[in-house]
Design a protein around this ligand. Sequence first.
Ligand SMILES: NC(=O)c1ccc[n+]([C@@H]2O[C@H](COP(=O)([O-])OP(=O)(O)OC[C@H]3O[C@@H](n4cnc5c(N)ncnc54)[C@H](OP(=O)(O)O)[C@@H]3O)[C@@H](O)[C@H]2O)c1
Length: 336
Amino acid sequence: MAIKLSAPAAGVLPAAFARGISMPSNTASAAPAAAAPTTIGQRDYAATPSQTVAFVGLGVMGIAMAGHLARAGHTVRVYNRTRAKAEAWAAEFGGRVAATPAEAARGAAIVFSCVGNDQDLESVVLGDSGIFAGMSPGALLVDHTTASAEIARRLGEIARQRGLDFLDAPVSGGQAGAVNGQLTVMVGGSAEAFAKAQPVAMAFSKAFTHIGAQGSGQLAKMVNQLCIAGLLQGLAEALAFGEKAGLDLPLVLDVIGKGAAQSWQMDNRGKTMVADQFNFGFAVDWMRKDLGLCLDEARRNGAKLPVAALVDQFYADVQAMGGGRWDTSSLIRRLK
Ligand SMILES: NC(=O)c1ccc[n+]([C@@H]2O[C@H](COP(=O)([O-])OP(=O)(O)OC[C@H]3O[C@@H](n4cnc5c(N)ncnc54)[C@H](OP(=O)(O)O)[C@@H]3O)[C@@H](O)[C@H]2O)c1
């Protein structure tokens, strides 16, 4: 089926999505100030047999991802800790609201989850009312939380013991990617589980790529975050330098953006950094959580991450300036 939605142009966030992220770094996430979505972006969906699926965690990312699953023709059961958000989602997309993660998972061929961190993930997956308790033998959990590789392997092992399957599948592309169904997804787990998930998950993905065994999706996401952290600090220093030198920075960005210094961050964040605007998605609090995961993993595997360790401390400075919810390009604020 190829379904078109009436929604804003790609890249534009509906107002209800343009809100901050409420999770303090390295702690369990607090409930964000709920705002019901009004719509998701328009896209076409490839023809795929309709399935009964569940989605647990209707935050900034999950609410739109679950919306795309429903719009692609799947029967979607949702669970969210703050029930009002699940009810608002169901009112728009027509799915059923479950009282617990287990109830959402019951009878679903694939369960998707997207919560904050390792602790949140444990609390929705394990226990009597958790996802695993509700899943039928042979069912698959695809987790989109950015979490540790360790918990991915642990949940993978528990799933195996219960006759279930598990994929770690963290995403990149931010809120705009979720709203427009254009996420890049890095997947760890068996080839068989990947083949089952991929056609369904393409409803909210532009790329859904098998990286390797359980945990390797999370490790690939760490590589992604390490690339971004160092680059953003370089960009912040360069722009702060250019400002002190009295240059016309938008003009300089136009020129150097056509040469070897070009990057996605320069193209998309350069001018907003110069304009002192930091309300563009991925928050400093989230980045500190992700760099914490990278630094923990590096302690285990012996990798040296001197720049990431330093940039993590710079982000701590930004948090201390009250910028936990500013976007990650706000590193430049420390340099002004
Ligand atoms: N936002 C981005 O741009 C972005 C980009 C890439 C990756 N990610 C990753 O995607 C994940 C989700 O991000 P988000 O922006 O969607 O976060 P968010 O808006 O804070 O949503 C978090 C979701 O998890 C639920 N949750 C948290 N702790 C829970 C618990 N203990 N029990 C049950 N439910 C719990 C929340 O429920 P309530 O509604 O009740 O609070 C909410 O549905 C994170 O791992 C983040 O790093 C985010």
